[in-house]
Ligand binder design. Sequence first.
Ligand code: UDP
Length: 259
Amino acid sequence: MTPDAAAVDVTGPVGSDGRRPVFSRIVLKLSGEALVGSEAYGIDMETLRRIAQQIQRVVARGVQLAIVVGGGNIVRGTDISRHGIERVTGDYMGMLATVINALSLRDAIERLGIQCRVQSAIAMQQVAEPFIPLRTIRHLEKGRVVILAGGHGSPFFTTDTTAALRAAEIGADVLLKATQVDGIYTADPIRDPTATRFAHLSYLEVLTKGLAVMDNTALTLCMDNNMPIIVFDLHAEGNLERVVLGEAVGTRVDAEVTQ
Ligand code: UDP
């Protein structure tokens, strides 16, 4: 299937409950922070297991799933450069951190009997396949989950930008951005109890309101490629499946201007 063909067929098969996914191919952006659980650093095995179970539910519905994983739970280039490591080196360290996360996630997914491949933008043939878009698509068509690691291989970028780029490259229908809160709010809901959640925003509204959804490079890439984004809370049980079934979960960002 070419990326264009994927964009035309946007629904999956009907499940045993009579419900049909509204997306056939998705890119899920998981930040490193999503893997730490209640810890401040590293990878929490129980959290990994729960994420893998959510993934299992959408794969069982025939949805093609590629995951872009971050590395912020281990190293971020900007953070480490403040401690004296040269920025470009720090960014490569961050990209390598994403590979560690990808391998842990693959392990958790494969434990559930789902085939999973890791592809990396940085060559490391003993641990990951190279990222080759047509090969990614082939894995997805065979029902395998593909984890895209190593960012996009260049310093000064984020894995949000990688996710936006990869979603466009492999012809995904949507970019799902998993966060710690259930969507985009008027203000930080943890600090401001009066903050309210947006159900929908346009790309331009996100940019002009200065809402912290993803960095502007990532957002602009989505806007240029008309790639819808859904921001949602992955830690709420069953939420990934709800998004895939078209339920009003989180905040959707697309080209449509909110009335
Ligand atoms: N990074 C990079 N280029 C990329 C992707 C990531 O240099 O294309 C580096 C950057 O230092 C970043 C780190 O890898 O801080 C980890 O990625 P990110 O901060 O996006 O992880 P997340 O916040 O999603 O866990």
